[in-house]
Design a protein around this ligand. Structure first.
Ligand code: PLP
Length: 350
């Protein structure tokens, strides 16, 4: 394809393909028979990799096929039917998962709380506590705090921010869940260890994303609390989330976490997002948020967005009226960014 007719894919990291390393690992796993339903050597090796990377020998790992499954089943495990999950107003679990958590938990509510920069704060959690009628059977009882890192708008919580939130949550006995659909992107930005931004900061269970960052078809529930194992095991089976050929998902997780592949892929996506954001800034396009991961939200009038789209840059209109969302992935190249910026420049000029 020439520069003129080449499509620049910036709709979502879900629209990207699969990293070669992960595809190769799936191919290598395709040799002979293996025990089904996770009793295979790939699944054991994936668990050991997660244990190494998160510096916790007692970690439990449950591969699932989507981030929604990881979130909903993890939260249902942490939250009784009469419970409430507190999360930021913008959180994917509240806005974009069709109340899967409520279904899998047998009725728990998901309660949005505010916070600037799409991140919630200890003050917002305390305010939610103050407006809870604790012990009143007419009112859902907050049981879990769910954080998303990076947030759905691409901002990032630091380990200290997570620790402060977990401390506040603990004052009322809430457990902490982390939606890490793009956790690798946050870790690269923070330059911290996976342990620091999760269990050392007080997180009990992580939805570990991989598909958005180069895997083929797997995310995983990573639990730092072995007492949840039995519930997770049975809930996953009842939800249809124990794939018989789990070795192919586990092979992806193993490859993803080997030799820092997940961080290299996320680093590439973060770098092109930064280049895009800088380039948009030079063109005078206002950003709706300072990008800290692989998402760039820009204020672009609908008519201009139409022109950019017609020129072959794919993106989503998301984040509010007059806002468009560009998402880079491990597969986004410098040429993609140059081409996208030249098309935005032409549209802005027009
Ligand atoms: C922050 C976040 N969490 C969870 C999900 C859900 O992932 P899936 O689409 O694989 O169910 C998404 C999907 O875009 C997401 O952006």
């Amino acid at each position: 394809m020439t520069g003129c007719d080449r499509i620049v894919e910036l709709r979502s990291d879900n629209s990207a393909g699969v990293s070669e390393e992960i595809l190769d690992a799936v191919g290598r796993a395709n040799s002979g028979g293996a025990a089904a339903y996770g009793a295979d050597e790939w699944t054991e090796r994936a668990r050991r990799r997660v244990a190494e990377v998160f510096e916790r020998s007692d970690v439990s790992v449950f591969p699932v096929v989507s981030g929604t499954a990881a979130n909903a089943i993890a939260l249902a495990t942490l939250c009784p039917p009469w419970g409430a999950v507190l999360c930021h107003d913008s959180a994917h679990v509240l806005q974009s998962e069709c109340a899967a958590t409520s279904m899998f938990s047998g009725g728990a509510t998901i309660r949005g709380i505010p916070g600037d920069g799409w991140k919630t704060t200890p003050d917002a959690v305390e305010a939610a506590f103050r407006t809870t009628r604790w012990g009143d059977p007419h009112h859902s009882q907050p049981t879990v705090l769910s954080l998303t890192n990076p947030t759905d708008m691409g901002t990032v919580y630091s380990p200290d921010e997570i620790a402060a939130l977990a401390e506040t949550a603990a004052t009322r006995g809430l457990r902490v869940h982390l939606d890490g659909a793009r956790l690798a992107n946050a870790i690269v930005t923070l330059g911290c260890s996976p342990a620091e931004v999760t269990w050392r900061a007080g997180v009990d269970v992580v939805s570990l994303g991989a598909t958005k960052n180069g895997a083929l078809s797997t995310d995983a529930i990573v639990s730092f609390d072995r007492t949840l194992d039995e519930q997770l095991t049975f809930r996953l089976k009842r939800a249809g989330h124990v794939p018989s050929k789990m070795r192919f998902q586990s092979a992806q997780i193993e490859a993803y976490l080997t030799d820092d592949l997940w961080l290299r892929l996320a680093g590439a996506a973060n770098r092109t997002a930064r280049a895009l954001a800088d380039g948009l800034g030079h063109l005078g396009v206002q950003l709706a948020a300072t990008p800290q991961a692989n998402m760039v939200f820009a204020n672009i009038a609908a008519a201009t967005a139409d022109v950019i789209e017609a020129a072959g840059v794919h993106f989503h209109r998301a984040g509010g009226p007059g806002t468009v969302r560009f998402v880079t992935s491990f597969a986004t190249t410098d040429e993609d960014i140059t081409l996208a910026l030249s098309r935005v420049a032409a549209a802005v000029r027009a």
